[in-house]
Design a protein around this ligand. Structure first.
Ligand code: NAP
Ligand code: HSE
Length: 425
């Protein structure tokens, strides 16, 4: 049973996928009975040197030729970015060709529309590799767990930032050194600003939350902050308090609605997500019947991601060969999406203060006046100034923001030197 595959993009993931299909196709055939034949690969620059040289007759610099080639029955989009990827995927679906993509930006921004179009045409649109690289998480959320009332999804979904934070915590590497290493290992996007600003994780958070809660959450509804504010001294102070920093995508649903956010978060060192190191990703799912589930593994890199893409290709090829109208995998309702300012958060605050009698009382009064309650406080150093570390109890984000503004106005506070959210469990 032969299926003609067209690949849009022959870079980190597309290159690894094409190489696998061209050199290990027989192994796939013996396991699945499918002969997945690469018929075309689109790249931007035909003259570029590549780690896996492709047969020249397969290469084209015209992606539309891949989609329109009658020998291509299934299209794999691995170009990245919004355009022309969105246009090409739409054209393929309209032509009745199943599509597999790893493009989280495309799915997070245009997914609603593309999923509807695929349903209308009765073809598959699969995107397992768009979140968590090799980790199966899209299929579990949209199929295996479709009958569960999921309450929370917490993910480490960006390998680059997890790698950087691990290097900073474990070997004391500077941010710039760790980022350069992540880029050389192929984890970071060509422009790493999407990784370090939290925007890559926000796209993934929007996809996870939409599937978990059955409400379409556009990625611009996801509050996002990156890792660039993190200071080495806070990594050390947090470690003394029993915490370490992770860039988390946190999505939860309660009677108040759905909240989705991405920010640097301190988590207890004995939390299951604390052991997720380097470029590894993990997604923690909570629900009343299943209690807690943890999905973990390589979240980036050409080969691991190609495995997830290949899994989708195999599923889509089977559906194609079955010849039936593919039924919808997901439907979206209209749940209420909460403003970030309403969501309860806890904080770690580091204040540099004047070390005089009555200072602590003023600070505690200011925090309390903004309806924030202190869980613990540590003073470090004595002299003209002292460092105070606070951990607060959960209360609305807006109250914490108001407390921080008020603290900055106190004469005894030289500086609110750091403010970071803490995971509330
Ligand atoms: P990449 O290395 O930059 O590769 C992109 C490929 O697309 C290149 O071969 C490029 O051609 C080609 N291309 C781009 N624009 C084109 C155009 N207009 N016409 C023809 N070809 C074009 O990207 P990647 O890392 O493989 O990522 C691909 C997708 O997978 C992205 O959506 C990314 O977010 C997603 N993803 C990546 C990873 C990862 O670890 N890298 C993990 C999960 C998901 P040239 O080679 O000639 O430049
Ligand atoms: N740049 C992404 C990461 C690749 O670091 O996780 C996977 O989407």
């Amino acid at each position: 049973m032969r299926v003609g595959i067209g690949i849009l993009g022959g870079g980190t993931v597309g290159g690894a996928l094409a190489h696998r299909l061209l050199t290990e196709g027989e192994a796939v055939t013996s396991k699945t009975g499918l002969e997945l034949e690469v018929r075309k690969i689109a790249v931007r620059d035909l003259a570029k040197g590549r780690p896996y040289p492709f047969p020249p007759d397969l290469l084209t610099d015209s992606p539309a030729d891949v989609v329109n080639d009658p020998a291509v029955q299934l299209v794999v989009e691995l170009m990245g970015g919004l355009e022309p990827a969105a246009d090409l995927v739409m054209q393929a679906i309209e032509a009745g060709k199943p599509v597999v993509t790893a493009n989280k930006e495309l799915v997070a921004i245009r997914g609603d529309e593309l999923i509807k179009k695929a349903e209308e045409r009765g073809v598959s649109l699969l995107f397992e590799a768009a979140v968590g690289g090799a980790i199966p998480i899209i299929r579990p959320l949209s199929a295996s767990l479709a009958g569960e009332r999921i309450s929370e999804v917490i993910g480490i979904v960006n390998g680059t930032t997890n790698f950087i934070l691990t290097q900073m915590c474990e070997s004391g590497a500077r941010y710039e050194e760790a980022l350069a290493e992540a880029q050389s290992l192929g984890y970071a996007e060509a422009d790493p600003s999407a990784d370090v600003s939290g925007s890559d994780a926000a796209s993934k958070a929007a996809i996870l939350a939409s599937l978990a809660f059955g409400t379409w959450i556009a990625s611009d509804r996801v509050h996002r902050e990156g890792i660039d504010q993190l200071q080495p001294e806070d990594i050390a102070f947090a470690a003394d308090l029993g915490y370490l920093p992770k860039l988390l995508a946190i999505a939860s649903e309660s009677e108040a609605g759905i909240g989705v956010r991405v920010h640097t978060t301190l988590i207890p060192t004995d939390h299951p997500l604390a052991s997720v190191r380097g470029s590894q990703n993990a997604v923690y799912v909570k629900g009343p019947a299943v209690d807690e589930l943890l999905f973990a593994g390589p979240g980036a890199g050409g080969d691991p991601t190609a495995t997830a893409v290949l899994g989708d290709i195999i599923e889509a090829a089977r559906e194609l060969l079955a010849g039936a109208q593919v039924p919808p995998r997901v439907r979206f309702g209209s749940g209420r999406i909460r403003d970030f300012s309403d969501i309860d958060t806890s904080w770690y605050l580091r204040l540099e203060v004047v070390d005089e009698p009555g200072v602590l009382a003023q600070i505690a009064t200011t925090i309390g006046a903004n309806r924030v309650s202190i869980e613990s406080m540590v003073q470090i150093g004595r002299g003209e100034t002292a460092t105070l570390l606070f951990i607060t109890h959960p209360s609305p984000e807006s109250d914490h923001q108001a407390a921080i503004v008020a603290l900055r106005q106190l004469e005894v506070v030289r500086q609110v030197a750091a403010a970071m959210r803490v995971l509330t469990v």
